[in-house]
Structure formats: C-alpha cells, structure tokens
Design a binder for this molecule. Structure first.
Ligand SMILES: N[C@@H](CCC(=O)N[C@@H](CS)C(=O)NCC(=O)O)C(=O)O
Length: 210
C-alpha cells in the first residue's frame, strides 16, 4: 500500500502513529509530497503520481490494490477494522461513542490548526486577524474540554488518544505552549505519551518545499 505523506501534517501523523501502534509499518510505502507555501490559496504543482492517486489532492491519501482512501478518517477506519482487529476503536457499544466524542473534539482542534495555518500563509494585507483569533479560541476551548476528559482516558493509546496527542503536539510545535495553561492535566498526560516510540518517530517537521 502507498501512503502519501508530509512530516508537517497532523492528519498524516495520526495515520502514521496508528500504523506504528499496530506494528504494521512494513506493509506501507511512504511517499513524500512537496508543497509550495502557496498551497493555502492556489492550486500548486504536484507530481503526476499524486494527482493520479487522489482527486482531492490532500494528504494523507492511501492507495491499496483495491481502492484509494483520501482522508485520515477513512484511513484510520480501514487500519483499525482490516489491519487492527478493532484494537484502536471499538466496533460498537458505548466505548466507541465515548471515543468518538473525544476524537471529534481533537479533530476540531486539528481542523482549526490547518485553517489558521492556511490563513497565516496569506500575504499580510489579505490575512484576517479575526479569523486567526477565532481558530485560536476554538483550539483553546477544545483543549479546555479535553482537560475534563483526562480522568476518563483508558489504558489503551487508542484512536481518540492518538488524535488528541497529535493535536497537542501540533499546537506546541506551530503555535506555542499557551494551551498548557488551560489544560494542565492534559499537558502532563501528553508529556507522557509523547515518549512513545510511535510519537517520537513522527515528530512534526517543516514540509519539504516544492
Ligand atoms: N479531513 C482531511 C483533511 C486533510 C487535510 O486537510 N490535509 C492537508 C494537510 S494537513 C492538505 O493536504 N492540505 C492541502 C490543501 O488543502 O490543498 C483528513 O482527515 O485527512
């Protein structure tokens, strides 16, 4: 299977961490994509193999022998169901819904991260500080909500925890440590899980420029 990636993307990172947690990295070829900083506002050049793989032209994208999955949600679902025996997210029942409740908050943070990043990549005269502030408010509000969930986190580093850890890691890397002030228990939890081999192997780094 071929997985299109970059080292900066939190959506890619949650997939890569899930793969490492399941111990199935040997089944994948990781294909690096390059992006010019213009990606936020215009269609940028890509290698033909990436354009042929995904009409969405976003990462992650997973090409299997039978089909292509073009977002992290469907890829995580596939990894968990077909390659993970539902170890990272219960197939059914209350534990599934609690995990999805936490994961949807963490995904809300990551969506805000990328929207804020795209806005910051605009030229200064086009950029909206109001929009950037709105995204930051959402991030901090969601971190404060996850703070209340920490006592309920289970022993397994499951998809909800993976996504939460990726959200914490991206926030620290791109936007600094203010979030720790609204979510100190979450920050302490993150400092622990950040030492897992799946997390240290996938620490964010700048996207290679096209
Ligand atoms: N909902 C998608 C979001 C994927 C996404 O936004 N990826 C970003 C990188 S973090 C991207 O490829 N952006 C390029 C673009 O929008 O042109 C997922 O879960 O994978």
């Amino acid at each position: 299977m071929r997985l299109f990636v970059t080292p900066a993307s939190p959506w890619v990172r949650r997939v890569r961490v899930a793969i490492l947690e399941l111990g199935i990295e040997g089944r994948f070829e990781f294909v690096q994509t390059k992006w010019s900083h213009d990606w936020a506002t215009r269609a940028v050049e890509h290698r033909p193999e990436f354009l042929e793989a995904t009409p969405v032209v976003r990462i992650p994208a997973l090409v299997t022998s039978g089909f292509t999955l073009t977002d992290s949600h469907s890829i995580c679902d596939y990894l968990n169901g077909e390659h993970g025996g539902f170890r990272l997210l219960a197939r059914e029942g209350m534990s599934r819904w609690h995990a999805l409740a936490d994961m949807s908050i963490a995904c809300g943070i990551i969506e805000a991260h990328i929207a804020r990043r795209a806005e910051l990549l605009r030229s200064e005269d086009e950029r909206s500080d109001d929009f950037i502030g709105k995204m930051k408010d959402r991030e901090l509000r969601c971190f404060a909500a996850l703070e209340k969930r920490v006592p309920h986190f289970g022993a397994t580093f499951d998809l909800a925890q993976i996504t939460t850890a990726v959200a914490c890691g991206y926030e620290s890397w791109r936007y600094g440590e203010e979030w720790r002030g609204v979510a100190p228990k979450l920050a302490a939890w993150f400092d622990g899980v950040a030492q897992r081999p799946s997390m240290t192997a996938t620490e964010p780094a700048e996207t290679p420029q096209a």
